[in-house]
Ligand binder design. Structure first.
Ligand code: KIV
Ligand code: ZN
Length: 530
């Protein structure tokens, strides 16, 4: 297999070091999707990849092909459909992993194999149980194997920031000698600080004799809340690729957030004089899509894409904003694709108008999903006086995240009040069969969840139950998130409805379905990468 890739430029070290262009490497579908509860279906992964490709992401890490058949197939299909981006797959240092990864990325016009091994003393001793010299040999062998398949090979030193400097330099040199075109030094455990990370890249690039033959990459986790700051510092130290995820999705505290990195470079280009190809107008759309398919809500005060990121509540701020927006606004909401809240449509709006609105909000639905969403919109418009963009978004996100699930809520009646015990009667469609059950509970939510358990017996424990109002007013839709946990597996479901209990039931059932899916495609712990 040959791949046209960024190798030419990478092989010309002088160009790589001199350029101010920073490549954006998105790992939402690999490091992001690996975080507990964030798993996505095949279709959802294709949707996210298509958007990343369209918005100008240079490299999409599409998955970890050896991890499961599902991962392999989604990487392969993303590779087939990619238009502009390089498609990367992750592999450990074994030949079996690398060969499987090569097969998955093969259909891409621009394919990359990303192989990694741990290099820190603690990882080598306890995780790998290997001597440093054996690790070093693996570096050369794995990169060499990958280069037999593609010209574009990335090598990562897992737990790089806790690796002894001299050993790190020997590994980097060996990787480049064996043909690696990108060298990634991850802060796997989110431990480093900006000054330290900047210095690490500077020193490694100064010390390793063949450093000018590769592009250096940052990959930061957010355990101390420093992932974005560290990434930008690494670029100041000479790195020219940033690995990040939409919404900062990722294990534990997450990875560096793509939208924050792109907007920091654009907004403070005076002190961060770099360029990148990502079109910021797509930020909000990408954030919403990833939040919907991963079922990870975006915190309200999240930079760039949070609901409140551009809201000015205090009187002094509002006064300043009215006089001149720049008094308190360093970015324009429209630059990142935020649209002003608008009253959209009512019960007389037709299919055509609804489809146009969905496109404006960044959603493209297949025929079945569209028909379901339209039916729910009409139903909502009958019950709710004003239907806003946010209402439609919540409804469609609910529709996207429950598409193709094996069971769904058909009807729910709850008897609640001070008298107790509260009672719920639920009808569900399970694999095409309608089943009705009832249960009493300690409160209406408890009764509803117990009734679902009667229909679909399970042992999962409720790990999170969260309700948000989508808009203002007592007729607002409730958006409910439910996280379930069973045998170490976690799944999150979301549901939206003007009736909080219906939204709760939908969210619970969606989480149950995702848990069942996860059970089928569980990745063994040993296969998890940092
Ligand atoms: O955090 C990490 O070290 C990783 C590597 C596999 C690149 O995700
Ligand atoms: Zn990582």
């Amino acid at each position: 297999m040959t791949a046209q890739n960024t190798g030419t430029e990478a092989n010309n070290g002088a160009v790589a070091a001199a350029t101010d262009h920073v490549r954006i490497f998105d790992t939402t579908l690999r490091d992001g999707e690996q975080s507990p509860g964030a798993s996505m279906t095949f279709e959802e992964k294709l949707q996210v990849a298509a958007l990343l490709d369209e918005m100008g992401v240079d490299i999409i890490e599409a998955g970890f092909p050896i991890a499961s058949t599902g991962d392999f197939e989604s990487v392969q299909e993303i590779a087939r459909r990619s238009r502009n981006s390089v498609i990367a797959g992750l592999s450990r240092a074994s030949f079996k992993d690398i060969d499987r990864c090569a097969e998955a990325v093969k259909p891409a016009a621009q394919a990359r194999i990303h192989t990694f091994i741990s290099t820190s003393p603690i990882h080598m001793k306890y995780k790998l149980q290997m001597e440093p010299e054996a690790v070093l040999q693996h570096v050369s062998d794995s990169v060499g194997r990958a280069r037999n398949w593609v010209d574009d090979v990335e090598w990562s030193a897992e737990d790089g920031t806790r690796t002894e400097f001299e050993f790190l330099c020997r590994c980097v040199e060996a990787a480049i000698k064996a043909g690696a075109t990108t060298i990634n030094i991850p802060d796997t455990v989110g431990y480093t600080t900006p000054a330290e990370y900047r210095e690490l890249f500077k020193r490694v690039r100064e010390t390793v004799p063949n450093a000018d033959k590769a592009i250096f990459s940052v990959h930061c986790h957010n355990d101390l809340g420093l992932a974005v700051a560290n990434s930008l510092a690494g670029v100041e130290g000479g790195a020219r690729q940033i690995e990040c995820t939409i919404n900062g999705l990722g294990e534990r505290a997450g990875n560096a957030a793509l939208e924050e990195i792109v907007m920091a470079i654009r907004t403070r280009n005076d002190v961060l004089p770099y360029t990148c190809s990502v079109n910021p107008q797509y930020m909000m759309r990408a954030s919403k899509l990833v939040s919907a398919v991963s079922n990870f809500p975006v915190q309200y005060n999240k930079a760039i894409v949070g609901k409140n990121a551009f809201a000015h509540e205090s009187g002094i701020h509002q006064d300043g904003m009215l006089k001149n927006a720049e008094t308190y606004e360093i970015m324009k909401p429209e630059d990142v694709g935020v649209k002003a809240t608008s009253l959209v449509m009512g019960k007389h709006s037709g299919r055509h108008a609804f489809r146009e609105k969905l496109l404006e909000l960044g959603f493209e639905l297949g025929d079945n999903a569209f028909a379901d969403a339209f039916r729910r919109f009409k139903d909502l418009a009958d019950r709710k006086k004003n239907v806003y963009d946010e209402d439609i978004e919540a409804l469609v996100e609910d529709e996207i995240s429950t598409q193709g699930e094996m069971s769904k809520v058909i009807a729910l009646t709850v008897i609640a009040g001070t008298g107790g015990p509260q009672k719920a009667i639920i009808t569900m469609d399970v694999d095409g069969q309608h089943i009705t059950k009832e249960a009493n509970g300690d409160g209406p939510v408890d009764a509803t969840f117990r009734a679902i358990r009667e229909v679909q017996p399970h042992e999962a424990k409720l790990a999170l139950y969260q309700v948000n109002a989508v808009t203002e007013g007592t007729d607002a839709q409730a958006e409910v998130s439910v996280r379930l946990q069973e045998d170490g597996r976690i799944a999150t479901g979301k549901g939206a409805d003007t009736d909080t209990l219906v939204a709760s039931a939908r969210a619970y059932v969606s989480a149950l379905n995702k848990l069942a899916l996860r059970q089928k495609q569980t990745m063994p712990d040993a296969l998890k990468a940092g």
